[in-house]
Design a protein around this ligand. Structure first.
Ligand code: S3P
Length: 449
């Protein structure tokens, strides 16, 4: 969806205790990868628990445009009949990835080593985001990219007709860049090597191995070295998508700041490359426990139980933890507002190139609601107020779902209500946010509805 619809202003008011069970939707990262790898496998992949958020639906449509058959069988149930590695057809029309940076970057990687040309676009947020971080390494395979100034969408990629394997040190901590290179490496002969200095979410490596590719991961002095042997025949899979820890973050954090709350969030993956927020919350003194800890599909899982936590205190979040909670800093900054003392978030520069500049958006929105926040290019510091966060302001969400959800959580515990100018983007990752939070006890209201 490139055009964003009419804005949906929303207000969140101080509520009574949040209680009950929060069944959050499927993991966005794993959902995108399930569709893309399913389309690159030979035969039918079955997916259950797919996140049916707009970002992922846009990826499903894109896979159809590249020639895969994609069928929606029922709630969360999907079948993808793949065309095999190197089997992508040339799309007849422009690929619109809507709001999804993950979608567009992974798909660019997946098609860049096939002899086809595709043009990509997205909504106003995605058209501002840098694509050079992906097209630079794709050029090493032999792909050519032509986009707008600054490597912005719309952009055309001419896939390499005779791709060569690549050795690439990822210059920014980004799972999207790492994944784009690995997906491109699938159709290059020989071994493609990707090196990341800091570990980022590792779903692509794990899933590639699950689909039958030869992938090795080694920790060396250079960093994590991932080696993929090109041109495998990927085997179709039966995939159960785990629930999204980045979506779980919202009911978890809301329960922690709303007095009297006690919420159970079942079946959440605790892959260490994704679980940094939960570690941080516990360091801040949050009453967050892991129940029924287990290993499922090779991943650590637990039911999270979050209870209201009086006496939260600020902490310093070390830079080496940033990648494991990169999508959770907006909601952490909300929790930090209710803590005593400062919470200092270090090494968070990547927040500036998300769906919006998330440091700027949180600083502006928190200040509008009476919270003192400082920023540098690479850090954000929230001066916690203890219990009495004034609220009463309107935050701009800049087409960013996580900014919208974060401010709705702020309003659940602040003295005066908090509003956002547009809650519309929430559908990209957490389409049931409003009914789910309302069922737990939140008071959300669509303004003018
Ligand atoms: C994602 C990687 C992260 C994250 C995004 C999902 C992925 O982006 O912010 O929501 O699925 O690979 P970067 O790789 O740009 O850090």
């Amino acid at each position: 969806m490139s055009g964003h619809g009419t804005p949906i202003p929303m207000t969140s008011r101080k509520c009574g205790p949040l209680t009950g069970v929060a069944d959050v939707p499927g993991d966005k990262s794993i959902s995108h990868r399930s569709l893309i790898l399913g389309a690159m496998a030979m035969g039918e992949t079955r997916i259950s628990g797919l996140l049916e958020g707009q970002d992922v639906l846009d990826t499903a449509k894109a896979m159809q445009a590249f020639g895969a058959e994609v069928d929606h069988l029922g709630a969360g149930e999907w079948a993808v009949r793949g065309v095999g590695v190197g089997g992508f057809a040339e799309p007849e029309n422009v690929i619109d990835c809507g709001n999804a940076g993950t979608g567009v970057r992974l798909i660019m990687g997946a098609m860049a080593t096939s002899p086809i040309t595709a043009t990509f676009t997205g909504d106003a947020s995605l058209r501002k985001r840098p694509m050079g971080r992906v097209t630079d390494p794709l050029a090493l395979f032999g792909a050519v990219a032509v986009g707008r100034k600054g490597g912005r969408l719309p952009m055309t990629i001419v896939g390499a007709a005779q791709p060569v394997p690549v050795r690439y040190v990822v210059p920014v901590p980004s799972a999207q860049v790492k994944s784009a290179v690995l997906l491109a490496g699938l159709n290059a002969p020989g071994k493609t090597v990707v090196i990341e200095k800091e570990a980022t979410r590792d779903h692509t490596e794990r899933m590639l191995a699950g689909f039958g590719a030869e992938v090795t991961v080694e920790q060396t002095d250079e960093g994590r070295v991932i080696t993929l042997t090109g041109q495998p025949e990927l085997q179709p899979q039966v995939i159960t998508v785990p629930r999204d820890p980045s979506s779980a973050a919202f009911p978890v954090c809301a329960a922690i700041i709303v007095e009297g709350s006690d919420v159970l969030i079942p079946n959440i993956g605790l892959n260490p490359t994704r679980a940094g927020l939960f570690t941080t919350l516990r360091e801040m003194g949050a009453d967050l426990t892991y129940e029924n800890e287990r290993i499922e599909g090779g991943e650590p899982m637990a039911d999270l139980r979050a209870r209201f936590s009086a006496g939260l205190h600020g902490v310093e979040v070390p830079p080496e933890r940033a990648a494991s909670m990169i999508d959770e800093f907006p909601i952490l900054s909300v929790v930090a507002s209710f803590a005593s003392g400062k919470t200092v978030m270090l090494g968070v520069k990547e927040l500036r190139v998300k769906e919006c500049d998330r440091i700027d958006a949180m600083v502006k929105g928190l200040r509008a609601n009476g919270v003192t926040v400082d920023e540098t290019e690479d850090t954000m510091t929230v001066h916690g107020m203890g219990r009495d966060v004034p609220g009463g302001g309107v935050a701009a969400t800049f087409l960013d779902h996580r900014i919208a959800m974060s401010f709705m959580c702020l309003g659940m515990a602040s003295v005066a209500p908090v509003s956002v100018d547009d809650a519309g983007p929430i559908v990209t990752s957490f389409p049931i946010f409003e009914p789910l939070m309302t069922r737990l006890g939140a008071r959300l209201e669509r303004v003018g509805a």
